[in-house]
Design a protein around this ligand. Structure first.
Ligand SMILES: [Zn+2]
Length: 136
């Protein structure tokens, strides 16, 4: 897509701080990092989100996420890491080109990337499974 920011980065038409790249995916530093080393991993071929990306391309991005997480573990020595994708505006997706955030974490870093949750009953879980089974 010609007006997509991440397509422009992939093509080298916008600058980026490239962490890693191969023929299928590119990893670069987020310009608004949640923590030092916050990296985005994107497919070279445009896809909007997890619902649009091909299974093949998703697998290649996942492979690079794995490599980036290992690199960051050595490079910035975090205590943990968050791996996160937002699909759709309701989930907080800001750039509409599939991307995975790899966010190094440290004890006491104050970041809040969590959500409120509460225990579900077995019946509630079974009802969800029934809906999934109906479309699988
Ligand atoms: Zn794009």
């Amino acid at each position: 897509m010609s007006d997509c920011t991440f397509c422009k980065i992939v093509a080298g038409r916008l600058p980026s701080h490239r962490v890693l790249e191969d023929e299928h995916a590119l990893a670069f530093l987020d310009i608004r990092p949640a923590s030092p080393g916050h990296t985005l991993v994107v497919p070279r071929v445009h896809a909007r989100d997890v619902w649009e990306i091909s299974e093949f391309s998703h697998g290649k991005v996942a492979d690079m996420v794995h490599r980036v997480a290992a690199l960051l573990k050595t490079a910035v020595a975090p205590d943990g890491v968050n791996v996160k994708h937002n699909a759709g505006e309701a989930a907080g997706q800001d750039v509409l080109h599939y991307h995975v955030h790899v966010v190094p974490r440290w004890h006491g870093d104050g970041l809040r990337l969590t959500w409120n949750s509460s225990p579900a009953s077995a019946r509630e879980l079974e009802k969800v499974l029934e809906r999934v089974a109906a479309v699988r």
